[in-house]
Design a protein around this ligand. Structure first.
Ligand SMILES: Cc1ncc(COP(=O)(O)O)c(C=O)c1O
Length: 401
């Protein structure tokens, strides 16, 4: 029998290489062919946008074959894909994706937010399910071309952006379970509005003990399509109990891992007044969120005095450490629980005001009346949005034009 320790020691695949290593060609952005649409779509008014329902005029596709490597990238009118019904994507979930956004800066330029992090994660996901890796810099160049062509689709109102969905699927027409000899990388783009159009509202979490999202040695640390469909039934169960999202736990101690499809942060006060913001370690269980990484870096920069984020305490500490439900129960009792929030590309920051656990609700402070979130979450949201939209210049905000 495999001991728990052995499971914990499962090797991590998280290398940072973002290059194709097979016998054929890597992606070459300079080889792209561009076909502009002859039938531009009617634009949906910003106020009517529903997340992920409207798509721009164009898409990017890059085919792959095991022998020849990556083929010619094409930017062409948005259209259905034509795939064989036996394609590996349909049977064994050979599919992975990314989520990132393009914004318009005050100077009118298009900005991407840390696209290199998405490329790194996409290559890690590809490696985990034996799909081909690729040169992330070349894909970034192609994404820049796509967003430039579809620039009119990037909304300019506050809180709006163009959501980008790079996806990689196995397309080999064969039913044997094994590496897919053919693949397709595509990128589609969808204009989106703010997650909370009517002001920030905290979410309620159901601490889920009946299902797990991820386990040691599994795939939770990778952005695979296969991780998401099994989350829908637990999400519906949470909704039936009157909560909006799942708090994903692991193991008998009920270790906290993630919130719905967001990374988790919990802030506590320490006896000397320091606020410690804790996020669970990745360990191939937690998805390495770009927002999570950015949040930790901003908090560390604030703590070291490199930057000053309004509303954040001077004595701030960030820890990546294991948290169990009992830590929250104790902190609620002692009055040391300051805030709980989730981070992710879609909402950036989502505050939590209660967690249903073991038959009762843990109450979480949520900042001053009307703010809808605590000061740590609010400071983070404001700083992230300012960087993403180029209001505060940062190397994280990458120009596309
Ligand atoms: C399971 C899961 N955790 C965390 C995140 C947050 O990641 P990011 O900040 O890169 O959007 C996401 C969304 O991508 C997710 O699907």
């Amino acid at each position: 029998m495999l001991s728990r320790l052995a499971l914990r020691r499962a090797p991590r695949l998280a290398l940072v290489r973002t290059k194709y290593t097979g016998p054929g060609n890597d992606i070459q952005a300079s080889a792209v062919t561009i076909e502009e649409t002859k039938n531009p779509k009617a634009m949906t008014p910003a106020k009517d946008l529903k997340f992920g329902h409207t798509f721009t005029d164009h898409m990017l596709t890059i085919p792959y074959n095991e022998k020849t490597g990556w083929g010619t990238p094409e930017i062409k009118p948005y259209q259905p894909l034509c795939l064989d019904p036996s394609a590996t994507v349909f049977h064994y979930a050979f599919t992975l994706f990314e989520g990132t956004k393009a914004y318009i800066a005050p100077d009118g330029s298009i900005r991407l937010f840390r696209p290199d992090k998405n490329m790194e994660r996409m290559n890690n996901s590809a490696r985990r399910i034996a799909l081909p890796e690729f040169d992330g810099d070349q894909l970034i160049e192609l994404i820049k071309k796509l967003v430039k062509l579809d620039k009119k689709w990037i909304p300019t109102d506050k809180g709006y952006s163009l959501y980008l969905r790079p996806t990689l699927i196995g397309t080999e027409a064969a039913l044997g379970v094994g590496p897919s000899k053919d693949a397709l990388l595509f990128v589609i783009a969808s204009p989106v509005g703010p997650y909370y159009p009517k002001g920030f509202k905290p979410v309620q979490l159901y601490a889920t003990t009946e299902f797990v999202r991820a386990a040691p040695g599994g795939t939770g640390g990778y952005k695979l399509g296969a991780n998401y469909a099994p989350g829908v039934v637990p999400q519906k169960a949470a909704a039936q109990h009157g909560y909006s999202q799942n708090l994903w736990l692991l193991g008998e101690e009920h270790a906290l891992t993630e919130v719905g499809t967001m990374n988790l942060f919990v802030a506590f006060t320490k006896p000397d007044g320091t606020v410690e913001v804790v996020t669970p370690p990745l360990e191939d269980i937690v998805l390495p969120g770009v927002t999570r990484d950015s949040a930790m870096q901003l908090m560390r920069d604030h703590a070291s005095g490199k930057i000053n984020v309004p509303g954040w305490p001077e004595k701030l500490e960030v820890s990546e450490r294991k948290l169990v439900m009992n830590d929250l129960v104790e902190a609620e009792k002692n009055g040391t629980l300051v805030e709980v929030f989730g981070t992710g590309t879609a909402a950036v920051v989502s505050a939590v005001d209660k967690i249903g656990y073991a038959g009762r609700d843990i109450a979480i402070p949520c900042g001053p009346e009307g703010q809808g979130m605590g000061d740590i979450a609010k400071g983070l949201l404001d700083r992230m949005e300012a960087i993403q939209t180029g209001v505060i210049e940062s190397p994280w905000s990458v120009r596309a034009d």
